[in-house]
Design a protein around this ligand. Structure first.
Ligand SMILES: *Cc1c(COP(=O)(O)O)cnc(C)c1O
Length: 371
């Protein structure tokens, strides 16, 4: 008797394959920059900034070095008094919290909504103190936060609303794009993001002209005229090469998000296993679907079983920020829901080159899982 041939592995994410359809356009962008002899703060950046501002439906976009810098620079640009508090979800990638501490401010972590996994407005309300200056919302996994209660609280208490939109390029909330829902937003173009560069990159979007002007200084040594420094700034710029590549990829973002949404819908319809909990589908058509995150009470067993069947998965994220060694001062805090999510989440393959037959195999394998 012969064993069935092992099935080919399904990668969680193959960036070479994801960027392959863009190869010609990327070459064109690269040659444009090479031919120009201008690599930092030039025409390619201006063009991309204009296009991405238009795409998000805001007045200003500023390219910066990465997503963490985008958020940090926004928080610095507001010049909040020392000791100011920023409310941030406990359930997030650590960069959201790092931005707050890098800006010299105090992160006040709050639990997510158990249905959406996004920051819970009731928890925000309970965390507001006289020192609160801003709420940093995170559109985690590509799903926009329900903004109305949050902007309502912000208005009532005179707080800024900052979006961490690093996972939400093209996601919408009531027909408005992520990046246009708060006072200012930070994006990342890290290669795995829905709009990804071939290296590090980030952007800030805002409708606030004074903030945009200050950020133009802050990203460039505090200077807008060479060797004249008005602020203690950073060096954090989106270079011409990455900007040119992003300009070439941006026109395809909606179609690519559309494919991810189609895959997400199929997962949502197809996966039926008593122990697997699916992500919320209430705003399926609006979400950016950066990650497709399921939950299982004995996560490792399912990961091992899927791995054994040639299906690679990932965890976003295994350790919550308040349990990281880097934040020993937050370690005494307890966020039971956040901690439970961090124990149970598994990310399934979700990318623009995942084929229908591969997705059906993943669904079928999960539905037959003996764990
Ligand atoms: C990727 C990411 C960031 C940071 O972006 P970088 O460009 O890697 O610095 C911030 N927040 C979230 C939610 C992210 O996923």
């Amino acid at each position: 008797m012969s064993r069935p041939a092992p099935q080919p592995a399904i990668a969680f994410l193959d960036l070479q394959a994801v960027n392959a359809p863009h190869q010609q356009n990327i070459r064109r962008a690269t040659e444009r920059v090479l031919g120009s002899g201008w690599y930092i703060l030039g025409k390619e950046l201006e063009t991309f900034e204009q296009r991405f501002a238009d795409y998000c439906g805001v007045r200003y976009c500023l390219g910066v070095g990465n997503g963490l810098d985008a958020l940090t620079l926004i928080l610095k640009a507001y010049e909040f008094p020392p000791g100011s508090e920023v409310i941030v979800p406990a359930q997030t990638f650590i960069a959201s919290v790092l931005a707050v501490t890098h800006a010299g401010l105090k992160p006040v972590l709050v639990e997510p909504d158990p249905q959406t996994y996004l920051i819970d407005p009731d928890c925000i309300r309970a965390a507001i103190t006289p020192r609160t200056r801003a709420i940093l919302v995170v559109h985690l996994y590509g799903k926009c936060c329900q903004m109305e209660p949050i902007t309502g609280l912000a208005r009532q208490h005179g707080l800024k609303v900052i979006e961490d939109a690093a996972q939400a390029h093209g996601a919408t909330h009531r027909n408005q794009k992520a990046g246009s829902l708060g006072d200012a937003s930070g994006f990342s173009f890290y290669p795995v993001k829905n709009l990804g560069a071939l290296g590090d990159g980030g952007a800030i979007t805002t409708n606030d002209p004074a903030l945009a002007d200050r950020l133009r200084y802050l990203r460039n040594y505090g200077s807008q005229v060479k060797y004249v420094n008005a602020y203690v700034g950073s060096n954090s710029r989106l270079d011409e090469l990455q900007a040119a590549i992003l300009s070439e990829k941006l026109p395809y973002l909606n179609a690519e998000n559309g494919r991810l949404r189609q895959l997400a819908r199929r997962y949502l319809d197809g996966i039926a296993h008593p122990k697997v909990r699916l992500p919320p589908a209430d705003t399926l058509a609006e979400d950016g679907w950066h990650l497709f995150v399921i939950r299982h009470p004995e996560r490792q067993k399912l990961i091992d079983y899927l791995g054994h069947n040639g299906i690679q998965t990932a965890i976003h994220y295994p350790i919550p920020p308040h349990h990281q060694q880097a934040y020993s001062d937050l370690r005494s805090l307890s966020f039971p829901l956040t901690e439970q999510l961090h124990r149970e989440v598994i990310s399934l393959p979700l990318n623009t080159v995942l084929r229908d037959d591969e997705m059906e195999r993943i669904i079928d394998t999960i539905n037959r899982a003996p764990v």
